[in-house]
Design a protein around this ligand. Structure first.
Ligand SMILES: [Zn+2]
Length: 466
C-alpha cells in the first residue's frame, strides 16, 4: 500500500507559517491548508467524537437525534455561522431480533443482517427451501420454480479498481431482489452480502419494494455462509433455511439536516455546498460511512476560517439526514432551497470513506474538467489533481444535480472501503488520521478555489435515473 508523502507534507506544513498575501496564489493557499490540516488538524478528533459519543445513528432513532445535537455543537465549534437544523421527515424502520438458520442438510446458524426497509417474518419465522440465482435476470426467469421458496442472490462482489465499480455491479440485486423474487411467488429472499471483506461479516443496506408486488422479507448473509449454501445445492442437496426477522416499518418521524455557513466576503448569497451524511446504519458506528465525510466537510470549513481564507462566496456545510434510507434529507434540502438553487454555484460531497484522496470527479463535460483541473492543479504534489468525469457525485447531491447545480467531489482510494461498509466493523480504527486529514485539505482547497473563482462552473447534466 502506498503511504502519504510525509516528507512533502512536512515541507508544506513549514510553508503554512508564512504570512498570507492579500490575494494569495492558489498554490500558497493549498500549502497553508494542507500544512494546517496535517499538523494542527481536527478531522480525526471530529470523527472520533461522533463515533465515540453518538455511535451509530440510523435515521428515525433517538441516536440520530443525538447526532443532530452533536452536529449543531460541532459546527458552531468549527466557527460556522447561522448553524441550524432544517426539518426532514424520515421513515422509522426497526430491525428487531433476527436469526437465519440452516436446517437441512446440516443444522447451522448463519450470520445475517436484515436489509433496511425489509418487512419482517411472522413470529415463528419462514422456513422454506432455498434456490440460488446470480442475477436479477435469473430471478425473473425462475417462473414457477420460485413459488414457496427462499431465493438466494449469490453473486460475489469483486474488488474492481479503487472506486464504486465493483459495488455498482452487484448492488442492484440488493435494491430490487425482493421484488423480482416475489413476482414469481418466493416467500422470502436472501443475498450474499454486498461487500469485499472475508471476515464472515454480513453487510446491511437499503432494499425497496414495489407496491404492486407482495413485500417479502429480505436479509443479507455472509459470503462464507452463501458459499456453504452454494456447495450444498451444487451437491444436489435440498437446502432448507428458517428466517426469523423482527423488522418493521413504523411510520415517519421528524428529524433534521444540519446546516452552517462560512459567509462569503463579496457574494455571500452565492453558495458552495459541502455535504456529507450524518445518519448511518444501525450497525458499527458509521465511521467510514459517513462519519469520515462529516469530519472532512466540517474540517474543510474550519480550516478556511481559522486560516482567515474567507472566499468570495459562502461555503456552506450541510450534514444530510437519512442518505442511507431514502435520501429524504437530500430531497428536503433541495425542495426547501429550490428558489435559491440558481445561487448554488457548486456542490461537493464526501461520502466515499476515509481512504486517501486521488483527485476529483465532476459531473459535466470537457469544459467542467478543464476548469476543475485548473483548480485542482495546486494539489499535484499530493497526487490529488487528476479529474475524471462522473455521472453523479454523491447520492445526497442528486436532487441538486437534477436542478442543474454543478456537482463534484473527491475521488478516494476505496480499495478496502467495502470490506467494512454497512457492517458491525465500520468503526474508527478503519480510519487513517493522515489520509483523513489529506481529504479535508483537498476538500478545503477545492471549496476555496470554487468559491473564489471569477467564472462559474457549467451546470451538471441530469443525474442517472433516481
Ligand atoms: Zn454513505
Amino acid at each position: 500500500m502506498r503511504r502519504p508523502p510525509l516528507a512533502l507534507a512536512l515541507a508544506l506544513a513549514l510553508l503554512a507559517g508564512s504570512p498570507a498575501a492579500a490575494a494569495p496564489a492558489e498554490s500558497t493557499v493549498a500549502a497553508r491548508i494542507t500544512g494546517a490540516a496535517l499538523i494542527d488538524g481536527q478531522s480525526y478528533a471530529i470523527v472520533q467524537s461522533l463515533t465515540d459519543k453518538v455511535g451509530h445513528r440510523l435515521a428515525g432513532t433517538p441516536s440520530a437525534e443525538r447526532a443532530v445535537e452533536w452536529a449543531l455543537k460541532e459546527m458552531a465549534r468549527a466557527g460556522l455561522s447561522n448553524v441550524h437544523r432544517e426539518k426532514v421527515m424520515v421513515p422509522r424502520w426497526v430491525r428487531g431480533e433476527e436469526s437465519v438458520e440452516l436446517l437441512a442438510p446440516s443444522v447451522q446458524s448463519l450470520h445475517a443482517l436484515t436489509l433496511g426497509n425489509s418487512v419482517g417474518t411472522p413470529p415463528g419465522g419462514i422456513t422454506a427451501e432455498v434456490i440460488e440465482v446470480t442475477s436479477l435476470d435469473e430471478a425473473k426467469a425462475l417462473g414457477e420454480k420460485a413459488k414457496g421458496k427462499i431465493v438466494l442472490f449469490n453473486k460475489a462482489m469483486n474488488r474492481v479498481g479503487q472506486g464504486f465499480d465493483g459495488y455498482g455491479a452487484v448492488v442492484p440485486m440488493r435494491g430490487a431482489g425482493a421484488i423480482e423474487a416475489a413476482r414469481n411467488g418466493a416467500v422470502a429472499a436472501l443475498i450474499r452480502s454486498v461487500g469485499t471483506g472475508a471476515y464472515r461479516l454480513p453487510h446491511t443496506g437499503a432494499t425497496h419494494y414495489d407496491d404492486k408486488v407482495t413485500k417479502i422479507p429480505f436479509a443479507a448473509i455472509t459470503a462464507e455462509d452463501a458459499d456453504l449454501i452454494h456447495r450444498w445445492i451444487a451437491a444436489g442437496e435440498t437446502v432448507k433455511v428458517r428466517m426469523r426477522l423482527g423488522a418493521k416499518n413504523d411510520g415517519e418521524v421528524e428529524s433534521a439536516n444540519v446546516v452552517g455557513d462560512l459567509p462569503g466576503r463579496e457574494k455571500p448569497e452565492e453558495i458552495v455546498l459541502l455535504g456529507a451524511h450524518l445518519d448511518s446504519w444501525d450497525v458499527g458506528t458509521g465511521a467510514i460511512d459517513d462519519g469520515a465525510g462529516c469530519a472532512i466537510v466540517i474540517e474543510a470549513a474550519r480550516l478556511l476560517r481559522t486560516l482567515g481564507l474567507t472566499p468570495r462566496r459562502t461555503v456552506r456545510v450541510v450534514l444530510f439526514m437519512n442518505e442511507e434510507h431514502g435520501l429524504s434529507g437530500a430531497r428536503a434540502y433541495a425542495e426547501r432551497h429550490d428558489k435559491e438553487v440558481a445561487n448554488h454555484v457548486a456542490a461537493l460531497e464526501a461520502d466515499s470513506g476515509a481512504g486517501r484522496p486521488l483527485g476529483f470527479g465532476v459531473a459535466g463535460g470537457p469544459l467542467s474538467v478543464a476548469l476543475v483541473s485548473r483548480l485542482a492543479a495546486p494539489l499535484a504534489p499530493l497526487r490529488t489533481s487528476s479529474v475524471k468525469i462522473v455521472e453523479a457525485e454523491g447520492a445526497d447531491l442528486i436532487p441538486l444535480q437534477a436542478r442543474g447545480v454543478p456537482v463534484l467531489g473527491l475521488l478516494q482510494d476505496m480499495t478496502t472501503y467495502f470490506d467494512w461498509h454497512h457492517t458491525n466493523a465500520d468503526t474508527l480504527d478503519k480510519i487513517d488520521p493522515i489520509d483523513l486529514a489529506l481529504n479535508a485539505a483537498a476538500m478545503a482547497v477545492m471549496a476555496h478555489a470554487v468559491a473564489e473563482m471569477a467564472e462559474r462552473l457549467p451546470p451538471s447534466p441530469p443525474p442517472p435515473k433516481w
